[in-house]
Ligand binder design. Structure first.
Ligand SMILES: C[S@@+](CC[C@H](N)C(=O)[O-])C[C@H]1O[C@@H](n2cnc3c(N)ncnc32)[C@H](O)[C@@H]1O
Length: 184
């Protein structure tokens, strides 16, 4: 028997797919918000960092799973930022989720280190951003990396996550799209 967790934000996930079709952007929603919520709860996260807000689906999922957490989420697309802020306010989570508008590389240096969870969902992973994310995560913190099966720069990131030196990593899906890594 397959048991599927109810997804509290399924409507925003569906709306993200609809938005992408109209906007012609790359706002592909992550396929498992309940997994992110459970992970945030499992580590009793207090501070969560996300790269790639889109319409707010995953930021809301994280915040719902860890009621004491704040979430910093980053996106450079003004339309995504506007809609995400609306969705977050409608869900009454705007006191805990901050949407930063700008490029990842510009916003990350403005944030304070010590995050419990970082989630990369901003297109193909690149090594320089992962190095910055590592600096912002506390030791023992959890990095979730999506899109690891994109090839190119994603292969370099996957190698670093799985070489056993800096991270303890596991792949969480059959197609190798997502890894969960603990900062050693
Ligand atoms: C795959 S979507 C994020 C999906 C979202 N996490 C969800 O599950 O609904 C990727 C987002 O990253 C943003 N993005 C891509 N590259 C970026 C960059 N270099 N700086 C800031 N935002 C970026 C895009 O505008 C897009 O909204």
């Amino acid at each position: 028997m397959t048991v599927t967790a109810a997804d509290r934000f399924a409507k925003i996930r569906a709306a993200t797919n609809g938005h992408r079709a109209e906007h012609g952007c790359n706002a592909y929603p992550y396929d498992n918000g309940p997994l992110l919520a459970a992970l945030a709860g499992a580590v009793s996260a207090r501070r969560i960092l996300e790269l790639g807000t889109a319409l707010g689906y995953t930021a809301l999922s994280f915040a719902s799973g860890a009621p004491d957490a704040t979430v910093d989420t980053i996106d450079r697309d003004p339309e995504h930022v506007r809609i995400a802020r609306d969705n977050i306010a409608t869900a009454a989570m705007d006191h805990r989720i901050t949407v930063h508008e700008g490029d990842f590389a510009a916003v990350l240096p403005t944030l304070d280190p010590g995050y419990d969870i970082a989630f990369f969902d901003g297109g193909t992973p690149v090594a320089s951003l992962h190095k910055t994310l590592r600096g912002l995560l506390r030791t023992g913190g959890t990095l979730i990396t999506a899109n690891l099966n994109h090839g190119g720069t994603a292969d370099t990131v996957r190698k670093a996550l799985f070489d056993g030196k800096a991270w303890r990593s596991a792949v969480v899906d059959e197609d190798g799209e997502t890894a969960i890594s603990v900062k050693l």
